[in-house]
Write a protein that binds this ligand. Sequence first.
Ligand code: ZN
Length: 119
Amino acid sequence: MAVKYSNKINKIRTFALLLIFGGIIVMYLGLFFQANPLIMTLLMLLGFLSIIASTGIYFWIGMLSSKTVQVLCPSCNKYTKMLGRVDACMHCNEPLTLDKDLEGKEFDEKYNRKKRKEQ
Ligand SMILES: [Zn+2]
């Protein structure tokens, strides 16, 4: 079973981008309900809220990015940002770890959560 891992920051960014597009689509759909002002207002508001939410997520990524560790990916020789103890390379999705104990072990996102519980 090959699970494709991807970089967490990239994942959040993709989500924020989808949210913006979703918001625009919902607002656009609202234009078709001009006969019904209530539905139109509701859709406009919903679209507006998702755009606000994604702006919030972008802001949050900015905050997270300042806390990430830059590492040189051994597989593609590019610098990537890591979030947590294990993360995937932004460019080639190579699993990376900051923890020597986990080196060589199979990549598992659970390592991030396990550590947090112990602390
Ligand atoms: Zn890489």
